[in-house]
Design a protein around this ligand. Structure first.
Ligand SMILES: Cc1cc2nc3c(=O)[nH]c(=O)nc-3n(C[C@H](O)[C@H](O)[C@H](O)COP(=O)(O)OP(=O)(O)OC[C@H]3O[C@@H](n4cnc5c(N)ncnc54)[C@H](O)[C@@H]3O)c2cc1C
Length: 498
């Protein structure tokens, strides 16, 4: 066949498409602007320590569970070593002066929370049952495709998670608790669909784990496989333009002027960045305007902590803290009340870690805070920027110390990133963590389809289907399915497990 596919961007979306299409006989050329491959899968090293920049933990990785099935198809299982999180407390929600554990599996999840909220046992059962049904019925979650889109009850797409939870659970504190890992999807009260909440919470509730050594193992494995199947993957190759003739895309030009011709182009970058690469009447103004006006999820400020050697015991849970008694709205802050909450996670350095080598503390940050330094380059943003980062980091570390006393004494050094770091590194608009905002009150306006107005130009990545390991892989199956047929890929995945 030897049809040539050019893929822009080496994040999970681009790499997964590259793998699927190379496996199916397409000639793949994958182009990445950065010197490092992987996008949000990138793990950077400083002073002998490793830090994850995007993907920190994944779910549903036990045999028979859905991400395990997809990893099997992508030949990732031999290369990606896992460390299960504490099954009785994979996520700890620190709220209103109390701590609440999310335990894996329906029974433990309900029982753990029902001990604190005994009057809510039936409501918790009802909540879990509906969450499971909605997740199960989302497209490709259970590898059903023919009528997958008809499986989902539209009410759960149009209805916000906060609204649904409030109608299912009575206790106001428990309503907040069950939404306690809301930063995982940057959920907005009244806007984020219950379907997204259900999809993500069910995914992690099945089983939750960290990747030993970090998520870069996923990128390394996929790059190796694509190359082994005859594809090429190029770092330091920013695409400057996508070229079209009168009817379709014909190739790309790199920033260095090199032109590459292809039969198909798949853009695995933020849709706004894709639009900037296109000068063609094939894209109508209405489509362009819609993409330009997409709302995005907020960005974050991160402190990357390196601990003194053998000092800080490894924490096998993710710690979500809120300063008040509400989990929503932390992205709406003032200079005085920032940070309203944070997420704290240890990196898993080895198969059976006793001590943590590194950790991250993340809190929402809006791009406006750093917009005055836009256009400056990494390492040369000036003393004002360094001061800004130091002040923010100290505030975040003060809050962490209040929750987990003694942490500061174990810190050897720390580094930081801001929304500007993400904008410059991945090209995501305003440094947005998960790309476009899914607003259930405007379900149609916010859809970014795999197909574009240009017949052989497709989109993939976290802005299409959904973000995160599972969302991006399913999105890549849908994108590759535009060329191969989704059923063909589903059959291959099922064949690989049988
Ligand atoms: C802070 C943070 C924490 C997260 N935690 C988790 C988690 O714990 N679990 C989970 O499952 N998910 C998590 N996610 C989400 C997950 O990491 C992402 O949804 C996913 O990795 C995005 O993949 P992608 O391919 O869509 O985009 P990206 O990873 O952003 O990749 C896009 C790539 O395109 C490249 N690019 C851009 N422009 C060009 C150009 N012109 N030419 C060539 N290349 C270009 C970029 O450099 C980048 O490498 C997290 C994300 C963030 C930001």
């Amino acid at each position: 066949m030897d049809r040539h596919v050019i893929i822009i961007g080496s994040g999970l979306g681009g790499l997964t498409c590259g793998y699927i299409l190379a496996k199916n006989g397409y000639r793949v050329s994958l182009l990445e602007k950065n010197a490092q491959l992987g996008g949000c899968l990138y793990v950077f090293a400083r002073n002998g320590a490793r830090f994850e920049t995007g993907m920190h933990y994944i779910g549903s990785m036990e045999p028979g569970q859905n991400l395990h099935t997809f990893f099997n198809y992508l030949s990732l299982l031999p290369d990606v070593k896992l460390h299960p999180l504490d099954s009785m407390a994979y996520d700890v929600i620190s709220l209103s002066g109390e701590r609440f554990n999310f335990a894996n599996g329906q029974e433990h999840f309900i029982e753990t929370l029902a001990q604190r909220f005994p009057g809510e046992r039936n409501n918790l059962q009802n909540y879990y049952r509906i969450m499971e049904t909605v997740a199960d019925n989302s497209p490709l979650y259970r590898l059903r495709w023919n009528n997958a889109l008809n499986l989902l009850n539209p009410d759960y797409i149009k209805r916000s998670a906060s609204d649904f939870i409030a109608s299912t659970i009575n206790h106001p504190l428990l309503q907040q608790v069950v939404a306690g890992n809301v930063p995982l999807y940057a959920g907005v009260e009244g806007k984020t669909s219950f379907y997204i909440h259900a999809f993500i919470n069910h995914f992690y509730n099945q089983s939750a784990c960290r990747i030993v050594g970090g998520s870069a193992a996923i990128a390394r494995s996929l790059v190796r496989s694509i190359r082994a199947m005859g594809g090429s993957v190029h770092a330091s190759s920013p695409v400057a333009a996508i070229h079209c003739n009168q009817t379709q895309a014909v190739g790309v030009t790199l920033k260095n002027g090199e032109e590459i011709r292809g039969d198909y182009v798949i853009s695995a970058i933020h849709p706004l960045r894709t639009i900037e690469l296109l000068e063609t009447p094939l894209i109508r103004k209405s489509y362009r305007d819609r993409i330009l006006n997409l709302k995005n999820t907020p960005s974050n400020f991160t402190v990357y902590i390196q601990f003194k050697k053998n000092k800080r015991p490894y924490l096998n849970s993710n710690f979500y803290h809120y300063n008040g008694n509400r989990v929503y709205g932390c992205e709406n802050y003032t200079p005085h009340d920032w940070p309203k909450g944070f997420l704290y996670m240890h990196h898993c350095p080895s198969a059976s870690p006793q001590y943590a080598e590194t950790a991250v503390v993340l809190s929402y940050m809006n791009f406006e805070e750093v917009s005055r330094w836009k256009g400056t380059s990494v390492g040369r943003r000036g003393a004002g920027y360094e001061d800004f980062k130091r002040q923010k980091a100290e505030r975040l570390l003060d809050d962490l110390e209040k929750q987990i006393p003694g942490t500061r004494a174990d810190i050897a050094q720390y580094y930081t990133s801001t929304p500007l770091t993400y904008l410059d590194y991945t090209g995501t608009e305003n440094g947005s963590m998960y790309g476009r905002l899914r607003d259930c009150s405007e379900p149609v306006q916010n859809v970014v389809s795999q197909r574009t107005r240009i017949p052989n130009l497709f989109l993939t990545g976290q802005n299409t289907n959904s973000h995160g390991a599972l969302g991006v892989i399913i999105g890549a199956i849908l994108t590759s399915g535009e060329l191969l047929g989704v059923n063909t890929i589903v059959k291959q995945i099922i064949k690989d497990i049988s």
